[in-house]
Design a protein. Structure first.
Length: 253
């Protein structure tokens, strides 16, 4: 199981880990307390650690948001490519046009399933069916272009190439995630920040409820980033609005 694909589970585990880190810092403080001349240097280190953590969280959020916008853009481009090719297919002979348009409707349903399914076990079947229909579509327009080297046939073949390329770009955007190394780095810095705060924070030891504040804030930030970065699981994900709208439009024709 990829933990990054389950944002809520990730957030809960991180909250527990950060809370334990702060408690560990308090325990270390009881064994070795800071001297007055060491407090200023410690405060500088704590401030720098928290600042670095906030910067990395900000950069990670920006990375996740950029990838989310990219996935939305490719979904729209894919719907446009399929709709355009469906219209271009009408210039083919009636039998070929009916075949290509029928395959495009099947292909469109598979693409909607790709975006909507939350079951990863069904993805190989969906991708396999998508690849099969792609081959049939390409064979259909290629045969037509081979027999009739007209501008219309070439236009239809070019449009089919756009349909296939748009699917490949969309798939690539779903694989483009925040690197695992970035998640590990953020986690390490978050643990260090909570450990330092527990070790040197007088207010934390005086008011135990403050133990929960920083771990909760950091784990919530992780949750938001993981939600945006996870294309299939969680609450925030790309909805194939354009593909569904296109499917409804084709059904009314």
């Amino acid at each position: 199981m990829n933990t990054m694909d389950h944002p809520l589970f990730l957030s809960l585990c991180l909250f527990l880990g950060l809370w334990l880190s702060m408690l560990a810092g308090v325990a270390v403080h009881r064994l070795r307390k800071l001297q007055p001349d060491e407090q200023q240097g410690f405060n500088i280190i704590l401030t720098a650690t928290l600042t670095l953590l906030s910067l990395i969280l900000g950069f990670s959020f920006s990375m996740a948001n950029t990838r989310y916008d990219q996935r939305k853009g490719y979904e729209e481009a894919e719907a446009n490519a399929i709709g355009t090719e469906y219209a271009r297919a009408e210039v083919l002979p009636a039998a070929d046009a009916a075949r290509v348009q029928g395959l495009l409707r099947q292909y469109l349903q598979q693409r909607i399933l790709f975006y909507e399914t939350g079951d990863r076990l069904s993805l190989p079947q969906i991708n396999g069916e998508t690849l099969r229909i792609q081959k049939e579509l390409w064979a259909a327009v290629k045969d037509e272009a081979a027999t009739q080297t007209t501008a219309a046939a070439i236009l239809v073949m070019s449009g089919m190439n756009d349909v296939i390329n748009s699917q490949e770009r969309a798939q690539g955007s779903w694989w483009n995630r925040i690197p695992t190394s970035a998640w590990i780095l953020m986690t390490i810095i978050a643990v260090c920040a909570n450990l330092l705060l527990g070790f040197g924070g007088q207010h934390v030891r005086a008011r135990p409820m403050i133990f929960l504040v920083l771990p909760f804030v950091i784990s919530t930030a992780f949750y938001l980033i993981a939600e945006i970065d996870s294309p299939r699981n969680g609450v925030i994900h790309v909805v194939p609005e354009n593909l569904v709208s296109l499917s409804q439009s084709l059904q009314t024709r």
